[in-house]
Design a protein around this ligand. Structure first.
Ligand SMILES: N[C@@H](CCC(=O)N[C@@H](CS)C(=O)NCC(=O)O)C(=O)O
Length: 259
């Protein structure tokens, strides 16, 4: 086994798609992390929604995939998702070989770590890695839940006063401040954290829950994301009529000033 790994590490063809990690204490030699072959992938999709993240990832990696959705109909596309994922019919739902996967962040992580090691992620021992992880989780863990709560509250009954807790304006301001000092959410390079944050920020601005003009760094970063060739290919494939099916935006008075 040791012999095989050592020989494999020297082969230029294998080394091209492999990365070496730190020495493994048990084996006392470097562990080879080669990319596993990608199983057939079908992405169940809703236009303008989180499933775009997975399409965008596949375009960045130039990996093949099948895309399933009904053009111009979120309802009919959701009905398709329900057929394969009745327990939690959300987009993205992914057919990954013989498994049904969900949660965009988990899907992206599985694809990168298994099938594209070393790509679209800072190295584990780099300075960028911890903050890449934070922004990667922040999109679904902090930003969208807080924006969603504020949006739903406004839809039911406009609040009489602003919550003292972290709210939509705070979560967007925090991202804006990061972008004032860093070109990407993963730090120096474009990474999967940008893929996670793009939907979160674009969707928030569509809700009109904050005043986008107060966040020039965010607008500039969004423009840079949308100029990427892989993003444009995603749009051509996953929004063939340019359909975003935007949610109903809030009135301007819903947008609080920075604290
Ligand atoms: N945290 C999940 C959220 C999935 C999700 O809620 N997707 C929305 C579309 S963006 C959806 O399927 N909504 C349909 C519904 O809630 O019934 C992820 O990142 O994949």
């Amino acid at each position: 086994m040791k012999m095989l790994l050592a020989v494999a590490a020297m082969l230029p063809t294998l080394a091209g798609c492999a990365s070496m990690s730190a020495p493994d204490a048990r084996m006392d030699m470097p562990v080879l992390q080669a990319a596993s072959p990608m199983p057939p992938i079908t992405i169940y999709h809703l236009e303008g929604r989180r499933s775009e993240r997975v399409v965008w990832l596949m375009e960045e990696l130039a990996f093949p995939y099948e895309l399933k959705f009904v053009n111009n109909s979120l309802g009919a596309s959701l009905a398709e998702i329900r057929k394969v994922n009745p327990g939690m019919p959300t987009a993205p739902t992914l057919i990954y070989g013989d498994q049904v996967l969900m949660e965009s962040g988990a899907i992206i992580d599985v694809i990168l770590r298994r099938h594209a090691p070393g790509k679209l992620m800072p190295a584990l021992d780099s300075k960028d890695y911890p903050w890449h992880q934070i922004w990667y989780q922040y999109a679904e863990g902090s930003l969208l839940p807080r924006v969603g709560t504020d949006y739903n509250v406004w839809q039911i009954k406009p609040p009489e006063r602003r919550s003292p807790l972290v709210d939509s304006e705070n979560v967007i301001r925090f991202a804006e401040d990061w972008l004032a000092k860093n070109p990407y959410f993963g730090g120096a390079e474009f990474t999967s954290a940008d893929i996670m944050m793009e939907f979160a920020l674009r969707y928030t601005l569509l809700l009109n829950i904050v005043d986008s003009e107060r966040y020039p760094k965010t607008l500039d970063w969004l423009q840079r994301m949308h100029a990427r060739p892989a993003y444009k290919r995603m749009v051509a494939t996953a929004r063939p009529n340019g359909m975003l099916n935007p949610p109903v935006p809030l009135p301007d008075e819903a947008r609080p000033p920075p604290r």
